[in-house]
Structure formats: structure tokens, C-alpha cells
Design a protein around this ligand. Structure first.
Ligand SMILES: C[S@@+](CC[C@H](N)C(=O)[O-])C[C@H]1O[C@@H](n2cnc3c(N)ncnc32)[C@H](O)[C@@H]1O
Length: 219
């Protein structure tokens, strides 16, 4: 039987991210048709990038990932031929002047102290009126929720074709992944670093979207 590492990243994404269209669709809601350029950090194989290109074909997109294999896979996708790819560490990224910065399923690869300097940096690279959109898994507020969502998610993955072993393997790193970071703690941390307003428009099991504005708010 195939182990997790034998399975293609996008194959897993379709089968494991609960209701991925709703999750990523909520991320896309905070990109505006008037936006000119977007920075996608830790873009991986370009799973979200493809959705951005489809919805906003004229947007200038810069993707950063420090895994050259991921960048290679993303660059191979014909629909991403107009995207700029940079192989590098998002913590070192220097350019500014973006209308949107987005990151999905990667913010907790940073330590808690790195997350703080990262928020400060993102505030700096955004234009006035720009938005920082984070889509990720967050720590549920209670142990009850943690246990319940783990069970529901395991069943969901198995229903989508994963073996019970692969589903369990997917979930085993989860508690260490988001540590004690809840949606609520993330919202207030973003506010501490100058984002206002900060909203959390999507929540399903562990998954949530948090978006913060660098002021100049209009709808
Ligand atoms: C789980 S994948 C998420 C990919 C994509 N954002 C998605 O939602 O499908 C995590 C990605 O974060 C990237 N990553 C982790 N730490 C990074 C860093 N410091 N700088 C740039 N990329 C990083 C990894 O290489 C990997 O491609």
C-alpha cells in the first residue's frame, strides 16, 4: 500500500483539506478585482495560485517557496506560466508594494517568535489598504473540540479514499503543528502589529481564514 510520502501533494490536497473549495474560496474573497499585485508565500505546488489565476487572470503574482522541488512542480503547470516564482526563504523576502500577501497551510512552519517578526514584516511590505490573508489550521479552544474534529476529519479522509493508516499519519503531526495558536489569539496578535480591522470569516474544524487590513478600509 502507498505510504503518505508516495502520494502526490495535489492528490492529497483534494482529498484531505476539508471542503477545500470553501476554505480556499474564502481566502480568495479578500483579493479585490482592483488589486494589481499579490505575494503568495510558501506557495508549494501552486494549488491556491491556480485558483487565484483563474479568478484574477490580470493580477501580477509573485510566489515564494524555499523548497525547490515544490517550485519545480508549480512552474511545470501550464496555467501558472505568467506567475513569477522565487525559490527562497519567506523570512528573508525583501520587496514591498503589494496589495495582498497570502499564505496558506504554512504559517506554523515558523516558530511563535518568528511569527511576530513575520507579521511586522508583512505589514511593511503591504500598500496602504492592502490585506494580509492567512488560511491555516488553528488550535481549537478546548480539548473536546480537538478530539472531536480529529475523529470527524479522519472519517472524512477515509471517505475520500485515503487508507486509515494514511489518514492517521496525516493527523499525527497536528498538535505540534499549530501549538497553542487559536484563531482568537491570532486575530489579537495581528491587531497588535497594526492590522485593523482583523476578521475571521471562515471556520471549519481546524481550518480557518484570518484577514487583516493595513487600514484605508472600504468595501
Ligand atoms: C503544506 S505546504 C502549503 C503549500 C500551499 N501554500 C498550499 O496551501 O497548498 C507548506 C509549504 O511551505 C513551504 N515553506 C515552509 N517554510 C518556508 C519558508 N521559511 N520559506 C518559504 N517557504 C516555506 C514548504 O516548502 C511548503 O511548500
Amino acid at each position: 500500500m502507498a505510504g503518505l510520502s508516495d502520494l502526490d501533494y495535489d492528490y492529497l490536497e483534494f482529498r484531505t483539506v476539508p471542503f477545500y473549495e470553501a476554505f480556499f474560496g474564502s481566502v480568495l474573497d479578500y483579493i479585490y478585482p482592483s488589486d494589481k499585485n499579490i505575494l503568495e508565500l510558501a506557495s508549494g505546488t501552486g494549488f491556491l495560485t491556480e485558483m487565484i489565476v483563474k479568478k484574477f487572470p490580470d493580477l501580477q503574482i509573485t510566489c515564494v517557496d524555499n523548497d525547490t522541488e515544490m517550485i519545480f512542480l508549480a512552474k511545470k503547470k501550464p496555467k501558472l506560466s505568467g506567475v513569477g516564482f522565487i525559490a527562497g526563504d519567506m523570512r528573508e523576502f525583501k520587496k514591498s508594494g503589494f496589495d495582498v500577501v497570502v499564505i496558506t497551510q504554512a504559517v506554523f512552519s515558523l516558530s511563535d517568535s518568528e511569527i511576530e517578526s513575520f507579521f511586522e514584516k508583512i505589514h511593511g511590505v503591504l500598500n496602504e489598504g492592502g490585506r494580509f490573508i492567512i488560511g491555516d489550521m488553528f488550535a481549537p479552544e478546548t480539548f473536546f473540540e480537538r478530539t472531536l474534529y480529529k475523529k470527524l476529519w479522519t472519517d472524512y479522509m477515509i471517505k475520500n479514499g485515503l487508507s486509515p493508516e494514511n489518514a492517521r499519519e496525516m493527523l499525527s503531526p497536528l498538535d505540534d503543528y499549530f501549538r497553542e495558536n487559536t484563531v482568537r489569539s491570532f486575530v489579537s496578535k495581528l491587531e497588535d502589529f497594526g492590522f485593523s480591522p482583523v476578521i475571521s470569516p471562515y471556520r471549519f474544524w481546524y481550518y480557518a481564514v484570518v484577514a487583516g487590513w493595513k487600514q484605508k478600509v472600504g468595501l
